[in-house]
Design a binder for this molecule. Structure first.
Ligand SMILES: [Zn+2]
Length: 67
C-alpha cells in the first residue's frame, strides 16, 4: 500500500465518523408542543428552529443561567 492509498482510507474513515456523529446529534425525540417546565405553548417556529426543543424561551434561559 502506498501513501496515496492510506490517505484515501483515512479520508473515508473521517467522513464516516463525521456522518455517524451527525446522526448521533440528531434529536431522537420530537419537539415538545408545550414547555415541559411550565406548560406554556412553544411557538411552531421555535420548534422548527430547534428540533427536539422541550423548553420555552423563558425556561431555557432560566436553566442556562442557573449553571
Ligand atoms: Zn417554560
Amino acid at each position: 500500500m502506498d501513501d496515496a492509498d492510506r490517505a484515501g482510507i483515512d479520508q473515508e474513515r473521517l467522513e464516516k465518523a463525521f456522518l455517524t456523529k451527525r446522526t448521533e446529534t440528531q434529536p431522537s425525540r420530537p419537539s415538545a408542543k408545550q414547555c415541559i417546565e411550565c406548560g406554556v405553548d412553544i411557538p411552531e417556529k421555535r420548534r422548527q428552529f430547534m428540533p427536539g426543543v422541550q423548553l420555552c424561551v423563558e425556561c431555557k434561559t432560566l436553566s442556562e443561567s442557573k449553571r
